[in-house]
Ligand binder design. Structure first.
Ligand SMILES: [Zn+2]
Length: 80
């Protein structure tokens, strides 16, 4: 099973569903047993939902996306 560091490192790839199936089930089983990684996962997943929703429904304030990228890296942006 992957440890916390590995899980967090692969979280973004996991959310993009770009991981191989075997790796996905490993990460999943880590997430079900580790509260810390579960929290990080939910945070990232929610953040993506919010950004995706906002970007569709309304114009984001200027600089908002730039700030997000600064904080979380470009992986946080929805793919077009
Ligand atoms: Zn963990």
């Amino acid at each position: 099973m992957p440890n916390c560091q590995e899980t967090l490192k692969e979280l973004e790839t996991f959310l993009d569903t770009e991981l191989p199936d075997a790796r996905v089930s490993e990460i999943m089983s880590h997430l079900t047993e580790c509260v810390d990684c579960q929290g990080a996962y939910e945070f990232h997943a929610e953040l993506r939902e919010i950004i995706r929703f906002k970007a569709q429904k309304e114009d984001l304030p200027e600089g908002f996306l730039a700030r997000l990228v600064n904080c979380f890296g470009e992986d946080v942006l929805p793919e077009e």
